[in-house]
Design a protein. Structure first.
Lengths: 262, 329
């Protein structure tokens, strides 16, 4: 039996995020949450490995300062066997190092794993640091930017996309893999799968249950401000009697802007 | 805690710069020199690889006071454990206050793991860097899917940031004096094995370098219709791009413009049949002029465009091509 642990972040759905135009602050508290896109690809990949190899169990692991049950039900419906969540309001201000530390402690507690799958980055903060920090803390072989993955025996082989090359890399398991969105198209769970998921177990831990050292949770960075950018676009609508007239007007405007022609 | 010990922090000094991509290293040296002047400290570059010594000269000319040269066959190809062990060794020996690492697919995990090994903070993908009144490094980055820019600083040292390609200008090379220090360091064994490396099937011209980009989104009915964009691109000496769905979902293109794809800064960006989700907009924010062509009057792309045309791209694009041809003659 192989065990895959998929790290899932409950992320702010950035496509539904609103901005207060007066202050340019993001209205994060009222924005809906979902499984971070890249992590969903990681989960989908785990499910595909299970479908191929059979004898595989998939655990998801989430660290959160807010309730994440609804999001975890979706992960279970997609095909995870059990969801672990470290849910602790005291974790509100941890940074990527604190998150990775808790993930590492939880993974050690779960134990017996062959693969840890993470998303390349997260939908909301878009830092892309946690997977790498986790590999370092767990002292695991790490393969990032993965667009194709296969498991054979105790070896994992992955195709990584770099800026100018595609690299095929292999490692002995246990290993940590970070996947891009290219790797697959996550499934939408059927009603049947959703019903089945309601019987699956969600294990909830607090930071104290993991025996974490509080001094390792202090954030090492300080966020000064998070503001929506000012939009200073002209927003000129080009209209006309017919397509010809519109095209002429637009061409003229672009020439006047000095952005076309030599 | 490390960041509460002032004594511990005061022993950190100097700026250390590394990227496995030479051009990015030069860009970071340019910015690094500016910061070093402000902090009145020194700037050092890490040059590692195999038979790479001839690159040291250029690093000095771009601002490095010191070049730590680690030339070893074990560093011929980027292996994270090997490169990490060199950087970790240098960071613990020389205790820089700032470490700049190139934010490439290989560089970012390297920075994250170095920060972890040093128990330090890391701010990734900074497209702006400055020094605040407390002499701390402040990095600015795009976050929340392009909805916001965050300014972030550090509570301790070293302060590690990663810098994307082309965030800063490559500096002019000057005759400066610098020291090249060749080091023989112990290199950690890699935990992974490279089976094969193939060049990525990308267009010969990089879209980041394009001055004019004509991009299409889901409004494009079929793959072959990109010829409409190609023809306009020919007239404008531009390049054709697309939004994420056309590349990732429909697989019509291998790359896309947007936060998760290429961030571009052309003089002119023409978005055709692109609705303008925030992630796409984040990738084109630095364009000088944005034109939106979309059938849907309510499409959010119009909110971020300088010129908007509500209409059918299949009619507008050929007409625009002819109009430009005529007026540019």
């Amino acid at each position: 039996m192989k065990r895959i642990i998929v790290c899932l972040k409950q992320a702010v759905d950035v496509s539904q995020l609103k901005v207060d135009p007066a202050t340019r602050h993001l209205l994060i508290a009222s924005a809906p949450k979902k499984i971070s896109d890249f992590d969903k690809n990681a989960l989908e990949e785990a499910v595909r490995i299970k479908e191929k190899l059979g004898d595989v169990e998939i655990f998801t692991l989430t660290v959160t300062s807010e309730d994440a049950k609804a999001v975890l039900r979706e992960a279970l419906a997609m095909g995870a066997d059990k969801a672990y969540v470290v849910y602790d309001p005291s974790l509100k201000d941890i940074d990527t190092s604190g998150t990775a530390y808790i993930l590492a402690e939880a993974i050690k507690k779960i134990g017996g794993f062959n693969l840890v799958l993470c998303g390349e980055t997260s939908l909301d903060s878009f830092s892309g640091l946690v997977g790498s920090r986790l590999a370092e803390m767990l002292n695991l072989p790490q393969i990032s930017s993965v667009r194709k993955l296969s498991v054979e025996g105790d070896t994992v082989t992955a195709e990584r996309t770099l800026e100018d090359a595609v690299e095929t890399v292999k490692a002995e398991m246990p290993a940590l893999i970070m996947v891009t969105r290219e790797i697959n198209q996550p499934r939408i769970p059927s009603l049947m799968m959703i019903m089945k998921a309601s019987k699956k177990e969600i294990v909830t831990w607090t930071a104290a249950d993991l025996g974490v050292q509080k001094d390792k949770l202090g954030s090492k960075i300080e966020v000064i401000e998070v503001l929506a950018p000012k939009t200073e676009r002209k927003k000129i609508k080009i209209t006309g009697e017919n397509v010809q007239e519109i095209a002429d007007k637009l061409a003229k405007a672009l020439i006047q802007e000095g952005v076309v022609g030599r | 805690m490390l960041w509460e010990g002032e004594d511990d922090m005061s022993e950190h000094e100097g700026i250390l710069v590394f990227s496995e991509k030479h051009d990015l290293m030069l860009e970071m040296l340019g910015k690094g020199l500016e910061i070093a002047d402000k902090l009145q400290t020194s700037l050092a570059a890490v040059l590692m690889g195999f038979n790479v010594q001839e690159k040291a000269d250029e690093l000095v000319k771009c601002g490095a006071d010191k070049v730590y040269l680690v030339d070893n066959q074990a560093l011929e190809h980027f292996r994270i454990e090997a490169y990490l062990s060199v950087l970790h060794n240098l960071a613990t020996s020389y205790k820089p206050e700032i470490i700049l690492i190139g934010s490439t697919r290989n560089g970012k995990p390297l920075a994250a793991r170095l920060a972890t090994r040093l128990e330090a903070g890391c701010v990734p993908d900074c497209n702006k860097l400055s020094i605040d009144e407390k002499m701390r490094l402040v990095g600015e980055r795009i976050t929340y899917g392009g909805n916001a820019a965050a300014k972030i600083t550090f509570k301790g040292k070293p302060q590690i940031v990663t810098v994307p390609q082309r965030a800063f200008e490559k500096p002019e090379q000057k005759d400066r004096s610098g020291q090249v220090i060749s080091l023989d360091l112990k290199i950690e064994e890699p935990k992974t094995e490279i089976v094969e490396t193939k060049p990525l099937e990308v267009s010969s011209v990089r879209i980041e370098d394009a001055e004019v980009i004509i991009s299409c989104g889901r409004g494009l009915g079929k793959k072959e219709d990109r010829v409409l964009l190609d023809e306009l691109a020919t007239v404008l000496c531009g390049q054709v791009g697309c939004s994420r769905p056309l590349a990732e979902d429909r697989k019509w293109f291998s790359e896309w413009v947007g936060l998760s794809g290429h961030k571009v800064k052309p003089k002119l960006y023409i978005a055709c049949g692109i609705s303008g989700v925030i992630q796409h907009v984040a990738g084109i924010r630095d364009a000088k002029v944005i034109v939106a062509i979309n059938k849907d009057e309510q499409a959010p792309i119009f909110e971020v465009a300088d010129y908007g045309v509500v209409g059918n791209l299949y009619e507008i694009l050929p007409a625009l091509k002819e109009a430009l041809k005529k007026q540019l003659e």
